[in-house]
Ligand binder design. Structure first.
Ligand code: PRX
Length: 646
């Protein structure tokens, strides 16, 4: 990770970019010195029903409250759809590219308007009101975007659950936010394989008695079980309602959505985002970070089940009147050129993906990339985990033919939008660094005592002041919000990430400093995997840590202690992996399971995870201080039988 490799801003990009080097310096300074004035101006980029006169009311101490544009009113779906009708009604809003390369479809803003209105009327007809929660469990099909926008239109709060989550995980999320309405499809399609979404939803809903209706999109046409009275076909319902639905007037601080994410303790928490500030921030970052110009085709490969899909497939791009591509499939199907074939097919100008995808394609060499043109590409983006310089350079040289700047965007579910990133016309890149803060974002690096560190340094990454896209609370548990983000380092928002700041003021994210791991850009709490493992009848105790993994960034390493009398077998190992998949979902499958007769504990019984992380990383030569161990022989045994010898 050398600081010496530097890719200066390209003049041809800077010439037409919204922000060049001088503008970045000027605007950034303004945004930090006078946030009220800066955001007061920027807030006007979206349409308000009643304009705001108050810009910001934030306290990071005490009870913690965060409010932006808070006396204004607006509707998010009107901003993402209706306001474009006069100028770009016939422009494509969404390009849908199916799992099957023979299937694609263009949806204009006019068509989007009709679809969203109809679905909004279906929600209303079935009793969904402002403030109600609607759970969305859909594949990457346009109906997912319609569903989000229809909720926003009637003022309902959506909670999207990624289609890869198990029935149990879906049930927990439905119950936690007490949602009475679920939207799913018969099946999903990924890489030619069917995902039984309706069957999963049936299992989840069986244990969530509050659910009154399940609205089902007919996508693959596969057989599904049907509960009369509860289940509704999407196509039948939308045909029976009006294509006009006036948008609900929402206060800027009314909730827009809940998105569950993993933390270092307990069950996933419902991150709550609100209406006005979120939309201002998502649309502004989408425009400036990707330097999005009218008429360009923009493609973010994320799933709408993650925050990246919320902010940078749906809300940011559509608020900006962009053409956004939704891809149902996977990068390797029907073959490993698929991403680049899609780029050529739809003349994609801006392409935004995750390092894990880059690494897995890089493994296959240049051939599958080079047989495509990719000449439409102008800007490349990366998100979800640190990108190793090797993958960065491959992305830059092979995918972008050395022509396209890479924006390595650091942010989180909690932040609503991108916080640290290059701007293509303003900030030169160093492979592996997310570079510099976006407007209004004030990163600080603190030591473990919360002391702010100056200049070139390394420590815990915090943000000193609020930005409009910040989460407002944990749904139903404000105390957990305060505890998780504002109690570790008083007066700061704590990100959970470690970082280094170099002599040029560039930020290098070094990964999580808490018990959250990042597997292929998917965030997972070690505690969640542990509780799934100990729920197995043969398991006495489990400790889970992340370890460096060539493709996934981090892999899941589980230390498992079996109940007395149980013997460790290969079958049992497989059974435990399958068990975790069933309990949480495939993304939580342990990569390595080590049978551990005992776990390293302090005399007070606390598991010493630091030691487990070192052994999992095959770095047992540098275990550090082990003097507080209750029984040092446990460690010797773990090292001897370690699973990762790489
Ligand atoms: O550790 C950071 C990592 O992903 C975490 C946030 O995960 P999630 O809430 O699922 O959101 C992912 C998409 C925004 C962060 O705490 N992360 C995200 N982007 C980067 C990153 N780490 C390094 N570089 C990035 N560009």
């Amino acid at each position: 990770m050398s600081d010496n490799s530097f890719f200066p801003v390209k003049q041809e990009i800077a010439k037409t970019a919204y922000v060049d080097e001088a503008a970045y310096a000027r605007l950034y300074e303004q945004s930090i010195n006078d946030p009220e004035a800066f955001w007061g101006e920027q807030g006007k980029r979206i349409d308000w029903i009643k304009p705001y006169s108050k810009v910001k009311d934030v306290s990071y101490t005490g009870d913690v409250h965060i409010k932006w544009f808070y006396d204004g009113t607006l509707n998010v779906s009107a901003n993402c759809v209706d306001r474009h009708l006069a100028t770009r009604g016939d422009q494509t809003a969404i390009i849908f590219e199916g799992d099957d390369p023979g299937v694609s479809k263009h949806i204009t803003y006019k068509e989007l308007h009709e679809q969203v209105c109809r679905l909004a009327n279906v929600l209303k007809k079935n009793g969904v009101k402002k403030g109600d929660r609607v759970t969305i469990y859909l594949p990457m099909i346009p109906e997912a975007a319609y569903a989000m926008l229809a909720c926003a239109r009637v003022g309902a709060i959506h909670s999207i659950v990624f289609g890869g989550f198990s029935p149990d995980s879906l049930k927990d999320r439905i119950v936690d936010c007490d949602s009475h309405f679920v939207i799913t499809s018969d099946e999903g399609l990924r890489g030619g394989r069917k995902v039984p979404l309706k069957a999963n939803a049936d299992k989840a809903v069986a244990a969530a008695p509050g659910v009154k209706h399940v609205l089902v999109v007919k996508h693959t046409g596969g057989n599904v079980a049907w509960t009369e009275g509860r289940d509704l076909w999407y196509h039948e319902e939308i045909a029976s309602v009006s294509a006009d639905c006036p948008p609900e007037e929402m206060s800027a601080e009314d909730p827009l959505f809940i998105l569950y994410t993993s933390g270092s303790t307990g069950k996933p928490k419902g991150v709550l985002h609100t209406t006005g500030g979120y939309l201002v921030y998502a649309s502004m970052t989408h425009q400036y970070v990707f330097d999005y110009k009218d008429g360009e085709v923009y493609w973010c490969t994320a799933d709408v089940g993650w925050v990246t899909g919320h902010s940078y497939i749906v809300y940011g791009p559509l608020a900006n009147g962009a053409t956004t591509l939704m891809f149902e499939g996977v990068p390797t199907y029907p073959d490993i050129s698929r991403f680049w074939q899609v780029v050529d097919k739809h003349k994609v100008n801006i392409f935004y993906t995750a390092p894990t995808a880059i690494r897995s394609l890089m493994r296959e060499g240049e051939g599958p990339v080079k047989k495509t043109s990719r000449s439409s590409l102008r800007i490349l983006g990366s998100v979800g985990e640190p990108i190793n310089p090797e993958a960065w350079l491959w992305y830059y040289n092979v995918v972008g033919d050395g022509r396209c700047p890479i924006v390595d965007t650091w942010w989180q579910t909690e932040t609503g939008g991108i916080l640290i990133t290059p701007l293509p016309g303003a900030i030169g890149q160093k492979p592996g660094s997310a570079t510099k803060p976006f407007f209004g974002v004030k990163p600080v690096v603190v030591d473990n005592d919360g002391k702010e560190l100056e200049g070139e340094t390394e420590g815990n990454l915090c943000i000193a002041d609020s930005w409009p896209g910040q989460m407002r609370t944990v749904f139903g548990d404000h105390e957990r919000f305060v505890q998780t983000y504002f109690s570790t380092f008083a007066g700061y928002y704590f990100t959970g990430d470690g970082c280094r700041r170099d002599a040029d003021g560039y930020y290098w994210i070094t990964g999580r400093v808490d018990d959250v791991i990042n597997v292929s850009g998917h965030r997972m709490g070690t505690a969640e995997v542990e509780s799934a493992l100990v729920a197995h009848p043969k398991v006495a105790e489990a400790a889970v840590v992340g370890y460096p993994h060539d493709l996934k960034g981090q892999g899941i390493y589980a230390y498992v202690t079996l109940n007395a009398g149980e013997s460790p077998t290969e079958e049992l190992r497989k059974e435990l992996v399958a068990w975790v998949r069933k309990e949480i979902g495939p993304i939580a499958s342990p990569d390595l399971i080590q049978w551990s007769p005992g776990l390293p504990k302090t005399r007070s019984g606390k598991i010493m995870r630091r030691i487990l992380r070192k052994i999992a990383a095959n770095e047992h030569d540098s275990l550090g201080d082990t003097s507080t161990l209750a029984d040092p022989t446990v460690v010797t045994d773990l090292i001897e039988n370690r699973m990762n010898n790489a």
